[in-house]
Design a protein around this ligand. Sequence first.
Ligand SMILES: Cc1ncc(C[n+]2csc(CCOP(=O)(O)OP(=O)(O)O)c2C)c(N)n1
Ligand SMILES: [Mg+2]
Length: 377
Amino acid sequence: MTRPTRKKPPKTATPDAADAYAASAAAYDRADDLFQILAPDGTVTRPDLLPAPEQRLHLYRQMRRARQFDERGWVLYRQGRLGVFPPFGGMEASQVGTAAALTGDDWLFPTYRDTGAALTLGLPIARTLAYWRTSPHGWAMPENLKVLPFYIPIATQYPHAVGAALAEKRKGTKNVAMAFIGDGGSSEGDFHEALNFAGALNAPCVFILQNNGWAISVPTRTQTKATNLSRRAEGYGIPGVRVDGNDVLATWHVTNEAVQRARRGEGPTLIETVTYRIKPHTVADDPSRYRTEEDNAGWAEKDPVVRLQTHLLQEGILTGESDAALMAEVAAEFEEALKEADSYPDPTPAEILDHVFAEPTPQLRKQREQILAEVGA
Ligand SMILES: Cc1ncc(C[n+]2csc(CCOP(=O)(O)OP(=O)(O)O)c2C)c(N)n1
Ligand SMILES: [Mg+2]
């Protein structure tokens, strides 16, 4: 049975908030409110800020890798070869442009939505697939990478990132910690505590707030009366930037500036990437129950991958042929990683307690023995 699509948008917190939010949504294309380098049709609005052609191509390849994962993830889920998985298609610029400003010495604290960011910093595709298969092969992150496992409890990663950043500061390194959060997560106490803590102690942190319009079925407009989430930074005495989250050149530019500031010892920055969750909350969600075609209108045209592709083709940095070759390489890389993930042995029951602490506690050791006694290895 198909359910009827909602005719009316959900109720807003107050009529005022609804009007203000509509006005802010209409302001999407206003450059003064939203930092942008590439307009949705691929036109360059800030030619002075274009990165080198190789960098633009690098960002394009990373966005294609992310999209490949997202699209194949759906198919694998339908085939029963992936567990519940939160799609991020349409948010690639928000994740790739930001993570691409880091090096392998920096920290990344991703949420469940941020597979694209983790892949960009170097998390192997096979390990990521294993994570979304709930296999222990995906629980522990590779030793040479400071990417935390995808956080499911929302907002908890923000204070952790401040802790990691302060540890780097105490060690005297120039390394930074980047943490992701959603619009919904930014309504949690942890978000505010982390911003204050980081500001007060001048932690080398870059806070990415992905405003994708929805926290499951709750639109941003009903969660808060605030219409510009980046301005929350002011309350903590730190810089806040609002950027077009579907323009990878813009997200990369502003994040690079924030990372450099943090490395110079000038403290944290909050970056609101304005984007949209085109897809359902997870592969198990049905958004037709809570949002309308009207809500989604205009976002398909703002696709971040097509936007950069159009620009690169116009500039001759990419040709039809080299684009097809790049996509074939990206697809082959994914299938190779899938084969590797398929070769991992199935988990055994007692493994559920592995990777909890570096040294298991006496309680964990006891529980492990109990599991082994009950179900065997
Ligand atoms: C602490 C906590 N409360 C509630 C939930 C249930 N929950 C999972 S996702 C989600 C919405 C999060 O929305 P947002 O932060 O905007 O991230 P998005 O899913 O849009 O990426 C909620 C409430 C949770 N995972 N953790
Ligand atoms: Mg959201």
